[in-house]
Write a protein that binds this ligand. Sequence first.
Ligand SMILES: *Cc1c(COP(=O)(O)O)cnc(C)c1O
Length: 368
Amino acid sequence: MTHPFLDLPPLTADRFAAIERRVARLLATEQDVVITQGEALLPLEGCIRGGARPGSTALNVVTGPYGQTFGNWLRDCGARVVDLTVPFHTAVTADQVAEALAGHPEIDFVSLVHAEAATGNTNPVAEIGEVVRGHGALFMLDAVASVGAEPLLPDAWGVDLCVIGAQKAMGGPAGVSAVSVSARAWERLAANPAAPRRSYLSLLDWKERWIDAGRTALPHAPAQLEMLGLEACVARIEDEGPETVMARHASAAAATRAGAVALGGGLEPYVHEARDAAPVATTLRAPAGTDAAVLVAGALAADPALPLVAGGGALSKEMIRVNHYGADATRGAVLSSLAALGAVLADAGLPVDIEAARRAVSETWPSL
Ligand SMILES: *Cc1c(COP(=O)(O)O)cnc(C)c1O
């Protein structure tokens, strides 16, 4: 008996290349797209180790935990790192980036996270890209949490290295990721003697052995199931229409924000300004005197399928994340999440109004 996902014919080079073209179309990019065979941290680390020369200076924008990780990799590469850190309840501005670049003209690499699923903020990449292009530095963007949830235009925004993953708003598998690489970025990687070669982290190996060789023979056995999962999730986004998918995420974020405010009981949006709040996920500040991890555990005990999680690490007491992305970017998921949070807050003796939260969700995200 053949098994539906074990006994598959090999994934051909043609099919692999076709999936790359579909991902490139989703990103509206003319640049080379490399589909990396692992989680998104793989191309992110590959971009940094390839792009940051020892002795060079990098600007690392920190708006959440991933930015902190990038700073550590950059230092590990021997780069001097200028960290531009903003509070996680806000976004960085293009003016702040311009000021940091003006203060350190030698900066030749900029790393930025577009949307932060972990902290719920999103940064104005189009404006920042203009500033970085004016300065001339290479621009790396972590768009893992923004792709599929909000507009992402690496070419128009001057992004040299744009990394995406499929498991957030794309509703796809976690074990595969992609990066678009500009011609400028290829030159920089090739000129960096410390760039990884003959390594799992090497983007240059993919260029040499796959892209420049005409995409006719795969250099390694591909992660077949994940590649098919990626193809399927891109097909589903094409069918629904990328604009519709993004609108669903934006509505889920706006409705969660409005619903949480209406629910009351001291629950508040974690990101102060709505314009800085990411469409991919909404973070909430747990009411004073409560513990976010305990509240989330209570809500999940009632319904384990809810897309709720407490903040990571030091944020676990104060932050509740509503991960309304992918298949959970629905009015139903938002309503059930708020109702479950309302129930645990009521149990804790806090004055909540679940009906008001429901009304706020319906008004913010009317059903057609
Ligand atoms: C989820 C996420 C990642 C990590 O993706 P993995 O595929 O789990 O490695 C990186 N950056 C951002 C902004 C994310 O939201």
